[in-house]
Design a binder for this molecule. Structure first.
Ligand code: ADP
Ligand code: MG
Length: 255
């Protein structure tokens, strides 16, 4: 697979990120980097802290400790809308289209809340949304109410909304959950096309077939701590990862 790394330039650097919920340390002193044009996979068992990590970076929850530096700027403490405008977008595990709005309107709201100053006007946001809807293959649903879509199309709409924000980085949180084999292949292709637009990606996913194919590197959380990191095949063969997470999945992979 081609990997158009731009001199390995680091876009996002998290150091010592920690989140405690009362007595539970959901994310424990995690450090990682996301490079320009990279697809970084994040895997780990349910409850291992993956969503909490993304929630801290996107400003949805406050870290207990650690630093989040994006293009040399500290993000910790900024509100989610500021972080969105700086160029970081994320999807939600539970998809939440705006009810009572069409697919096109949902995507236009994404465009208005993103990085491009140009798309803050309603007219420009709708023009941008049309393009993204075409790009994401949602054109025939353009005027459908968002809450009438199938799960696969809703997931696709989540992807369209974040692409419309014209970000430097997207976090995808389980956008393949609930999809069938064919839909997973389509979502995988879409993520590769999004990277080709020059967007760097952190993807949380349980579908090993997809994550192994598209990730340049993978890192693994277990009980909030990073237990492994590296090229997909190294990580997926790491004994610590197999015993903490992969188990039976590993047997399917090596077949
Ligand atoms: P993952 O996304 O890897 O499945 P999460 O980040 O959602 O895991 O959760 C990590 C841990 O933090 C879990 O034990 C979860 O119950 C706990 N947790 C997540 N959010 C909260 C919250 N807002 N309040 C209390 N505990 C939370
Ligand atoms: Mg999660």
């Amino acid at each position: 697979m081609t990997n158009k790394m731009d001199n390995n330039k680091t876009l996002l650097r998290c150091s010592g990120l920690t989140k405690k919920f009362g007595g539970l340390t959901a994310v424990d002193n995690v450090s990682f980097e996301l490079k320009k044009d990279e697809i970084l996979g994040l895997i780990g068992p349910n409850g291992s802290g993956k969503t909490t990590l993304v929630n801290m970076i996107s400003g949805n929850i406050k870290p207990t400790g650690g630093d989040i530096v994006f293009k040399g700027r500290q993000l910790r403490g900024l509100k989610p809308y500021r972080i969105g405008r700086l160029g970081i977008a994320r999807t939600y595990q539970i998809v939440k289209p705006f009810p009572g709005m069409t697919v096109l309107e949902n995507v236009a709201v994404g465009a208005m809340n993103g990085k491009s100053e140009k798309n803050r006007s309603v007219k420009d946001a709708f023009t941008a949304a049309e393009e993204i809807i075409e790009f994401t293959g949602l054109i025939k649903y353009k005027n459908y109410m968002a809450d009438s879509l199938s799960i696969a199309s809703r997931k696709r709409l989540e992807m369209a909304k974040v692409v419309a924000m014209d970000p430097d980085i997207i976090f995808f949180d389980e956008v393949m959950a609930g999809l069938n084999h064919n839909e997973i292949d389509k979502a995988t292709e879409m993520i590769q096309k999004i990277r080709e637009k020059g967007i760097s990606i952190l993807i949380i996913e349980h579908v090993m077939r997809a994550i192994r194919l598209i990730s340049d590197r993978i890192f693994v959380l277990h009980h909030g701590s990073k237990i492994s990191q590296g090229p997909p095949d190294d990580v997926l063969n790491d004994k610590k990862v197999i015993s903490a997470y992969l188990g039976k999945r590993y047997k399917q992979l090596v077949k």
